[in-house]
Design a binder for this molecule. Structure first.
Ligand code: FAD
Length: 384
C-alpha cells in the first residue's frame, strides 16, 4: 500500500535535525555567510549528531539509517540554511559514498569511520575548468609508474575540498584508452597534503557562501596504486551512479529551501502592515504563499518517490532526474516569490529569504544542470 507518512524513527530524526537547525544553525549562520567562512564548529556538531553516517552501516561507523534518512535531514537543514546542507550532502553523497559503494575493504576501514563521524570530510572531483556537463571529456590524467599513480591536471568548483576537516578528494582521471578508442576513466583517492596537490583559494560565490568550494590542481601527484577506487576504467560509470543518488539528495535540499521560503513568508506577511492591515490579508500575497506551499509539497513527493525506488533497488534514474529538475526549479521560483513578499527587506542580507534567493540558483546547476536533467529524461523516454 502507498504510504508516504514518515515512520516514527524517521520522524524523530526529522525533529532532531529541525531543532538543531533552528537552535544552533539559524542564530549564527548569517554571520558565517557574510564573512564567507566555513562553519567548522557547526559541522563538527552535525558529525556528533550522526548526520554524516546516516546511510552507512554500523560496522563502518554509520548511524544505521538509509539514504532517505539523509534526504530528510538535508531537507530540514536547508529549510534554515543551504550552506550547511550542501556540506553534509557533498560530504556523504560525494565524499564517502564512492568509497562505500566501490572501495576495497581496506579503503572502507581506513576512511569511512572518520568520514561517518564528521571528524573528516571527503570531496569529489569530477568537474574540470574546461567543463562539467560533459564529464566524460576529463583531461586530468593518471599514469601508473612503479606502483604509483602519477596524476596531472585540474578540477573546478569542488565542494568541501579545502576545509580544516578535509582529508581526501576522490578524482576522476584518464588512465588509458578503451578498446573502442574512447578515454578510460578511473577514480583515485588523493589524500589532502599529498605533494603536488594544490588547493586553491575559496571562490567568491553568489550563494552557498558558508560552504567551501575550491579549484584543485595536480602536478605529478603520486599516490599508491591501491588508491584506485573500484575497477580501473569504471570511474566514469561509478561517478554517474553516484550522481543519480546525489540528485535525489539535491531535490531534498531544494524542497527544504522552498519550505523555508514558505515559513519566512507566512511569518513576515502576518507582521508587516500596509494600508492599515497585515499584508497577508491581501489575496495577492496569500495566493503567492499558497502557490509556494503547493510547489514545495508536490516537489517533496517527487523526491520521496525517487528515494523509495532507489531503496527498493529498482531503476530510479528517471525519477531522480524528475525530482532534481522539478525541485530545483520550483525552489528558485519560491525564492523569487518569498523575496517579493518581503518587499525591500527581502533584498537585505540580514533576512533569511535574501540568503535563500542567492542560494537557490546553484540548485539548477550543480549535480547536473536543468538541461542535463531534461536530456536524461528525454533519452529515457526515447526522444531527443
Ligand atoms: C558551488 C558549486 C559547487 C560544486 N561542487 C562540485 C563538486 O563537489 N564536485 C564536482 O565535480 N563538481 C562540482 N560542481 C560543478 C557542477 O557540477 C558543474 O558546474 C555543473 O555540472 C555544470 O558544469 P559547467 O559549470 O562546466 O557548465 P557547462 O557544462 O559548461 O554548461 C554550461 C551551460 O551549457 C548547458 N549545456 C551543456 N551541454 C549541453 C547540451 N548538450 N545540451 C543543452 N545544454 C547544454 C548547461 O546546461 C549549462 O546551461 C560545483 C559547482 C558549483 C558552482
Amino acid at each position: 500500500m502507498l504510504d508516504y507518512r514518515l515512520d516514527a524513527e524517521t520522524e524523530a530524526l526529522r525533529k532532531t535535525v529541525r531543532e538543531f537547525a533552528v537552535e544552533v544553525v539559524a542564530p549564527q549562520i548569517g554571520e558565517f555567510y557574510e564573512r564567507d567562512e566555513f562553519p567548522t564548529a557547526i559541522v563538527r556538531q552535525m558529525g556528533e549528531l550522526g548526520l554524516f553516517g546516516l546511510p552507512f552501516p554500523e560496522e563502518y561507523g554509520g548511524s544505521v539509517g538509509d539514504y532517505f534518512h539523509l534526504c530528510v535531514a538535508l531537507e530540514e537543514l536547508a529549510r534554515v540554511d543551504s550552506s550547511v546542507a550542501i556540506t553534509l550532502e557533498a560530504g556523504v553523497s560525494l565524499g564517502a559514498m564512492p568509497i562505500y559503494r566501490f572501495g576495497t575493504e581496506e579503503q572502507k576501514q581506513e576512511w569511512l569511520p572518520r568520514l561517518c563521524s564528521g571528524e573528516a570530510l571527503g570531496a569529489f572531483g569530477l568537474t574540470e575548468p574546461g567543463g562539467g556537463s560533459d564529464a566524460g571529456a576529463t583531461k586530468t590524467t593518471a599514469r601508473l609508474e612503479d606502483g604509483h599513480w602519477v596524476i596531472n591536471g585540474s578540477k573546478a568548483f569542488i565542494t568541501n575540498a579545502g576545509t580544516e576537516l578535509t582529508r581526501l578528494v576522490t578524482v576522476t582521471a584518464v588512465t588509458g584508452t578503451r578498446p573502442d578508442g574512447g578515454k578510460q576513466i578511473s577514480s583515485i583517492i588523493v589524500p589532502s597534503g599529498t605533494p603536488g596537490f594544490a588547493v586553491g583559494q575559496r571562490y567568491s560565490k553568489v550563494g552557498w557562501n558558508a560552504s567551501d568550494t575550491r579549484e584543485l590542481s595536480f602536478t605529478d601527484v603520486r599516490v599508491p596504486e591501491e588508491n584506485l577506487v573500484g575497477e580501473r576504467g569504471r570511474g566514469y560509470a561509478q561517478f554517474l551512479s553516484i550522481l543519480d543518488e546525489g540528485r535525489v539528495a539535491i531535490a531534498a535540499l531544494s524542497v527544504g529551501l522552498a519550505q523555508g521560503c514558505v515559513d519566512e513568508s507566512v511569518k513576515y506577511a502576518a507582521q508587516r502592515e500596509a494600508f492599515g492591515q497585515p499584508i497577508d490579508r491581501n489575496q495577492a500575497i496569500a495566493f503567492m504563499i499558497a502557490d509556494m506551499e503547493v510547489r514545495a509539497s508536490t516537489a517533496r513527493l517527487s523526491y520521496y518517490r525517487a528515494a523509495e525506488k532507489m531503496l527498493r533497488g529498482e531503476p530510479f534514474k528517471r525519477e531522480a532526474s524528475i525530482a532534481k529538475l522539478y525541485s530545483s526549479e520550483m525552489a528558485m521560483e519560491n525564492a523569487r516569490y518569498a523575496t517579493q513578499v518581503h518587499g525591500g527587506y527581502g533584498f537585505m542580507n540580514e533576512f533569511p529569504v535574501a540568503r535563500f534567493y542567492r542560494d537557490a540558483k546553484i540548485l539548477e546547476i550543480g549535480e547536473g544542470t536543468s538541461e542535463v536533467q531534461r536530456m536524461l529524461i528525454a533519452r529515457d523516454l526515447g526522444v531527443g
